[in-house]
Design a protein around this ligand. Structure first.
Ligand code: PLP
Length: 297
């Protein structure tokens, strides 16, 4: 039985100066059932913080540098103190080392603004075994298109809406998934108010259009996906072209294959859009997921 692990960072933000040979311990391991956050922590009271979820295959965190880079980017967007990448890396590796190897686990980094007025951010790392995503990966998922209500220019016109940051405020994303369930679907693709494909609540859209792999441009107010980036690398090695474009629901319908891709679940082929079945490419999906599972960085 794989026991989850919970490690709390002592100093999650990057220090102004680092001792040449740090002697202070970086984290404390906590009982996973014990409360760790203060009731006034802004991460809890306002969802004012950021997170990352990283897949761990046989003890190897996947796309770690890309996740840490995105963590720093989200912090900048929320004007949080720069996370101490070395301390986070040290802590998440310690969490992994503290448990037995399993084929698929995930590690979550959580970083909040801390108690209002304290100026002291809080941070913790959570490690657990992943669920079984075989069905989604092999049979596919039914998606519905939902209007996000923001125009595709939102990142440029209204950066305070934090579109494209991985914030702790995911209540909207959870509500969208409940709406998908009400409509008899498994997942969602958000569409901008001016009609462009954006992303899933926890995933990136990847289409195969003729012999090219395409994904929505990240300037549309969406999260740059680490899984999509890895898939593009795998695709290029195998001779496919890749591109970031402005895509529409018509592109989704005419694509040879479509996936929602994310850390942990990896590539889930889309087998229906708004109730209309669409083809999946099981062989290609298997090759993509095998490629993702064999990443060594
Ligand atoms: N888009 C959103 C909104 C997400 O929350 C996520 C991941 O949780 C993704 C895309 C996919 O990112 P990644 O492939 O790095 O997990």
């Amino acid at each position: 039985m794989f026991e989850p692990a919970l490690l709390v960072l002592h100093s999650p933000a990057k220090p102004a100066a680092r001792a040449a040979d740090p002697v202070e311990p970086v984290f404390t391991q906590h009982d996973t059932a014990a409360p760790v956050a203060n009731a006034l922590d802004l991460g809890i009271t306002r969802g004012d913080g950021i997170f990352e979820t990283i897949t761990v295959i046989n003890g190897m965190p996947q796309a770690l540098d890309a996740h840490l880079k995105r963590f720093a980017r989200s912090a900048r967007m929320l004007e949080l103190p720069e996370p101490d990448a070395a301390a986070w890396k040290h802590t998440l590796l310690a969490a992994i080392d503290s448990r037995e190897l399993v084929p698929e686990a995930f590690v979550k980094l959580l970083y909040s603004r801390g108690i209002e007025g304290s100026g002291q951010p809080t941070g913790w790392v959570w490690l657990a075994e992943s669920g079984d995503f075989t069905k989604a990966r092999t049979e596919g998922i039914r998606v519905v298109l939902l209007d996000r209500g923001y125009a595709s220019t939102v990142e440029q016109t209204s950066p305070w809406l934090l579109q494209g940051a991985k914030t702790l405020s995911y209540a909207v994303n959870r509500a969208a998934l409940r709406e998908a369930e009400r409509r008899g679907a498994d997942d969602v693709i958000f569409v901008s108010s001016d009609g462009y494909l954006l992303e899933g609540p926890t995933s990136t859209v990847v289409l195969k259009l003729d012999d090219r792999f395409v994904t929505p441009r990240t300037t549309l107010g969406i999260l740059p996906g680490t899984t999509q980036e890895s898939i593009f690398e795998i695709a290029r090695v195998n001779g496919f072209e890749t591109a970031y474009e402005v895509l529409t629901p018509a592109d989704l319908r005419r694509a040879d294959a479509a996936w929602l891709v994310s850390s942990v679940r990896n590539a889930a082929p889309v087998n229906a859009v708004d109730g209309a079945p669409r083809a999946i490419d099981a062989e290609l999906t298997e090759a993509i997921n095998a490629g993702l599972a064999s990443r060594t960085v």
